[in-house]
Design a binder for this molecule. Sequence first.
Ligand code: SAH
Length: 555
Amino acid sequence: MDRKTHEVLKFLIDWNNLLVDPPVEGAISEMYFCFIASCQVKGKDKVSWLQFVKCLQNIDEICICHAFTCYPSNALSLTYEDPFKCFSRITSIDRLALNLVYKRVKITMDPVSGEESPKTPSSPLPGAQTAIYHKPIPKDKEEKLDLLLELAESRRAKPKRSINDLCAGLTPTDLEDIYTTTSKAKRLRQLNLLLATHAGSHILTKERAKLRTIIKPFYDCCDDPKHTQMLISLVSFDRQTNYCKLDQHKLNDRLNMGYGNDNDISKCVNQKIHFIPIIQSQTDTKLGDCSYLDTCHKMSSCRYVHYGQLMPLDDVSAKKATQHNKSIQKAMQVSDFTRGESMSPASRPELPAQWINCDVTKLDFSILGNDFALIIADPSWTIHMNLNYSSLTDSDLLQIRMDKLQKEGLFLLWVTGRTIETGRDFLKKWGYKVVNQITWVKTNQLVRTISTGRTGHWLNHSKEHLLVGLKGNPKWLNKCIDPQILISSTRETSRKPDEIYGMVERMVGPGTRKLEIFGRQHNTRPGWLTIGNQLNGTHLVEKEIAERYYKVASV
Ligand code: SAH
């Protein structure tokens, strides 16, 4: 085996171990890019695409039982001039086969130069271990483990360690080496370690999320009442936006006159948000803060105290966010690591926003297609509250053919109070398993948790829940990227936080079809089809959907 094949083999073992969960799925072209990237990091010579495929063939031939299962099965024997056109993927890499070959290569190579040693015997090794080596690699996982144990134990039977020992290295030197099991007693500990190790796909998805997630500036809030007191007379308030504007000259005059600690307040207005009480003619300060603050429906007559926000003047956080958000464009061009897909979703353009104004209970769902990766629904449950839109009875909602929309994927359902149980029940009836629940903790304008909400019979509602239903076993889901909890401010009645879109889009990846049921105009966005009865008309971009929709609508 030449040095380059050896390098590729070493890379495959690392890569395979990194991915933890075999069988490994991936396009050969993507493995090649990872390999090239690792060559660059290590300052090694590059291997051309054709050489790479040749090395794979070489490794495969050396393995007694073939190391790769490819799709299509002749993938390795085809020559691809353009890696981007290579759609074949390796569906499984046999870790045991690779390890065995690697151990053999390691002992037959001159460790210093990496060149083949002239003394290398053509057959691997004499004796008992050769017999094990020549055993076909079993298909069954348990048997594979036994073979590894056999190898390890036969090594232990020989007291002297020798570099020529076929099994050298198969005995782990420490517990970190989780891929080579030694004794049955250690299995459990090793299994635990294995489970605690993140798969490469997971690590890469998290990295990708960091690079591509739009961030918003984050500010601390000033809690010094002296600052607020001083600023009251120095700001003007804009009723439309709820923002305050500082008169810097007035502040300087005030500071020159010796009020306050010059450094302290000047620094603070630059870095933190200040909430300035807005005292209107009807305001009765003795009553304290309005529970609804900036979401109050009767702001102009409310007698409770409201606030205006004075944002930090030197917006370092905003500058940082802008810089990061600009770099996202570039990060989007980097080819994605994908599982089971040979084409990077980043190269697939996102569909523009689409929407249909309709009565959801009457729409024939078969026109929408059944390949949504993700569905989110925020039904207007009957909750005995005065809302400015129509609501649905439980039985109307259950009648909707939600079961027709997905072959596999996620269905997220917003629920409150009593509907938590009903929602779970409905998801099950529509063919989903409730696998999780996302909680939105609501904050108010003053960035505090809400203590007096508009809903709640027993305790005030200060959170809402989004049930996560799963249908099928979608391998493409990115798991464990975001936390289960989302802390965000309330806005108009029923409006849900926008952060949820980022969260769920990271779960299903870019370029997938997503559906929002009971959405309003502000919910429409690229990649999503939104349906609801408060939308502005109908706007469809996908040709087949538009054709089917207008055909049905014209009847
Ligand atoms: N998630 C939304 C709020 C949804 S409120 C947001 O973030 O803003 C529920 C919406 O469902 C309302 O717009 C209501 O008008 C709509 N709706 C109620 N019954 C409907 C029906 N039968 N068909 C379509 N939309 C309906």
